[in-house]
Ligand binder design. Structure first.
Ligand code: AMP
Ligand code: ZN
Length: 474
C-alpha cells in the first residue's frame, strides 16, 4: 500500500498513516449541533471528512466512519455556561427541542447528499446514547477524576497530567483564573461539566435521571462515549473544525484517556474555517450562507465542493460570490471537456495516476489534484480514452460528478446549455423566434417577454448578444 501522510494536530507533523487493524480505518467526525441550518462553513468540515474517507478508500482501505449528531448539551458558550442551543432553537421557532433536532438533522443529511458526500456507516445521536455517557462518567468517578458542584458534575483537569496536550495548552497555574469564571465553584479554569443538573426552578425539555441527579450530559462526553462504543477505546482518526482543538477535543481526550488508561486516538485532523468578507461565519450572525442560499443564486453544491477542493483543507478560506461563480464556470468547463472524450473506455494514464496519488496521499492535496486535472485536459499526448479513464479514477476521490448523466448533474444544480444549430431549430420554435424579433423591433417588450417564456417552456433558452440571437437547449 502506498504511504498516506496526514497532518496530525497531536504531533504537529505530517505522519505516515498506519491503521491499528490492517486494511481497516476507524474514523470519527465531530458532527453538527442541530439547532439551526448548517452554514457552508460547517459543511466544509464534512466535505473534508468525505475527501479523507475517499482518499483512504482509493488506497483500498475499508473505512468505518461515525458522525455524531449533537441534539442536546451544547451550550451557547461552547463551554459550560449559557442556554442549551437546542432550547434556544426551540424558543426561536416555537417547536419542541425534538422537533427542532429532527428538522435540522434532516436538513443536514440533505445538504450532505447535495454535496455528494458519501453516507457514513452510522450517524449517532447524543440523545440516543445517554446510558453510555452516564456509564463513562461513572468510570471517571470511580477513578477519582470528578467532583460535584451545585450545578453539575465536573472533570478535574488538574488530575490528568497530560491535559491540554493536543492544543499544547500551557496549564501551569491551572487553578488561576478559576475565580474569574462565572462558575466560582470550579476548581480549575479548564475543568468542564460531565453532567449538568436541571435547574430546580425550570423544567427542561431534555432531561434524564442519573446517579447524580436529573439533568443532561455535557457536550464533550457524547463524543468520547459514542466514539468508543462504535470504534473501540483506541481508534485511528478523529476530525473536526480547527475551533475544536483547545476545548472540545482536548476534553474528549481527557475523558477517554482517564477512563481507559489508553491512548484515545492516533491521528487528529482539523479543517480550517470559511470566512466571509474576512470575518467569521457564524450561525448567530447575519452573514449566514447556507446551501439554499447558494442554490437560490444559481450555484450548484458541486461547484461549492469544487471551490472547497481548490484550497488545502487546513487553510482558512474567504467566501465571495465571485469565487464560487468562478468555481462553477471552471467546473462546467471541465465537464464540457470530459463530455467530448466520447463513450469509449480506455485505460487510465499511468503518469497522471501516479501524480494524482502523490497529491492526495500528501495530506490530501486536493488543490494540486485539481490543477493536475486541468493539465490532463490540455495534454495532447494523452488520448481521449486515456483522459476519460483517468478522470473517472480522479472522480473516486474528488466526487465532482464526472461520468454522471446530464440529468443527474442537473439534479445537483449543474446545468449545461447546448447551443442549437440554426438548421436544427424546429419549425414552430423558429416561428416564435421570428415573432419575437418583430415584437422587439416594434419595442413591444411585453409580447417579447411572453414569447421568451413560451420558448423556455418548450425547453430552450434564447440569448441576445452583440453577435445576434442564439438558442440553446436547457
Ligand atoms: P457545530 O454545528 O457548530 O457544532 O459545528 C459543526 C462543524 O463546523 C464543526 O466541526 C466546527 O468546527 C465547524 N465550523 C464551525 N464554523 C465554521 C466555519 N466558519 N468554517 C469552517 N468550519 C466551521
Ligand atoms: Zn465532538
Amino acid at each position: 500500500m502506498a504511504v498516506i501522510k496526514l497532518y496530525n494536530t497531536l504531533s504537529r507533523d505530517l505522519d505516515a498513516f498506519i491503521p491499528i487493524q490492517e486494511g481497516v480505518v476507524h474514523m470519527y467526525n465531530c458532527g453538527p449541533t442541530v439547532y439551526h441550518y448548517a452554514h457552508i462553513g460547517n459543511l466544509r468540515a464534512y466535505v473534508f471528512a468525505d475527501l479523507l474517507r475517499k482518499t483512504l478508500e482509493y488506497n483500498k482501505y475499508k473505512v468505518k466512519q461515525i458522525v455524531n449528531i449533537t441534539d442536546v448539551g451544547h451550550l451557547v458558550s461552547d463551554e459550560d455556561e449559557g442556554e442549551d442551543k437546542m432550547e434556544k432553537g426551540s424558543a426561536r421557532e416555537g417547536k419542541t427541542a425534538q422537533e427542532i433536532a429532527e428538522f435540522y438533522t434532516a436538513s443536514f443529511y440533505s445538504d450532505l447528499a447535495k454535496l455528494n458526500v458519501e453516507k457514513a456507516f452510522k450517524y449517532t445521536k447524543a440523545t440516543e446514547h445517554i446510558q453510555e455517557q452516564i456509564a463513562l462518567i461513572q468510570r471517571l468517578e470511580e477513578k477519582g477524576f470528578t467532583y460535584q458542584t451545585s450545578d453539575g458534575l465536573y472533570f478535574d483537569t488538574a488530575k490528568y497530567p497530560d491535559y491540554g496536550k493536543l492544543a499544547r495548552l500551557d496549564i501551569s497555574g491551572l487553578q488561576e483564573g478559576a475565580r474569574v469564571e462565572t462558575n466560582e465553584e470550579k476548581i480549575n479554569r479548564t475543568d468542564f461539566a460531565l453532567w449538568k443538573f436541571s435547574k430546580p426552578e425550570e423544567k427542561r425539555q431534555q432531561e434524564w435521571p442519573s446517579p447524580w441527579g436529573t439533568g443532561f450530559p455535557g457536550w464533550h462526553i457524547e463524543c468520547s462515549a459514542m466514539a468508543m462504543k462504535y470504534l473501540g477505546e483506541t481508534f485511528d482518526i478523529h476530525t473536526g473544525g480547527i475551533d475544536h482543538i483547545p476545548v472540545h477535543h482536548t476534553n474528549e481526550i481527557a475523558q477517554a484517556e482517564c477512563a481507559t488508561g489508553k491512548k484515545f486516538v492516533n491521528y487528529w485532523l482539523h479543517s480550517g474555517f470559511v470566512n466571509i468578507e474576512g470575518g467569521k461565519m457564524a450561525k448567530s450572525a447575519d452573514n449566514f450562507v447556507r446551501m439554499a442560499t447558494l442554490e437560490e443564486r444559481g450555484i450548484s453544491p458541486l461547484a461549492y465542493r469544487y471551490w472547497l477542493l481548490t484550497a488545502h483543507y487546513r487553510k482558512t478560506i474567504n467566501f465571495t460570490w465571485e469565487a464560487v461563480e468562478g468555481a462553477q464556470t471552471a467546473l462546467k468547463k471541465l465537464h464540457e471537456a470530459f463530455n467530448l472524450y466520447g463513450d469509449n473506455h480506455g485505460i487510465p494514464n499511468a503518469d497522471y495516476l501516479l501524480k494524482f496519488e502523490t497529491f492526495i496521499n500528501d495530506d490530501l492535496e486536493s488543490a494540486g489534484a485539481i490543477a493536475l486535472l486541468w493539465d490532463l485536459t490540455k495534454d495532447d499526448s494523452v488520448s481521449n480514452e486515456g483522459k476519460k479513464a483517468s478522470i473517472l479514477e480522479f472522480e473516486k476521490v474528488l466526487g465532482l460528478g464526472f461520468g454522471w448523466s446530464k440529468e443527474k448533474l442537473a439534479e445537483f444544480g449543474l446545468k449545461f446549455e447546448t447551443v442549437v444549430k440554426e438548421s436544427d431549430i424546429p419549425e414552430d420554435l423558429q416561428k416564435l423566434i421570428d415573432e419575437r424579433k418583430t415584437a422587439r423591433a416594434e419595442k413591444n417588450w411585453k409580447r417579447s417577454d411572453e414569447i421568451r417564456d413560451l420558448i423556455s417552456e418548450a425547453g430552450y433558452k434564447i440569448t441576445d448578444s452583440s453577435e445576434g440571437t442564439s438558442i440553446s437547449k436547457i
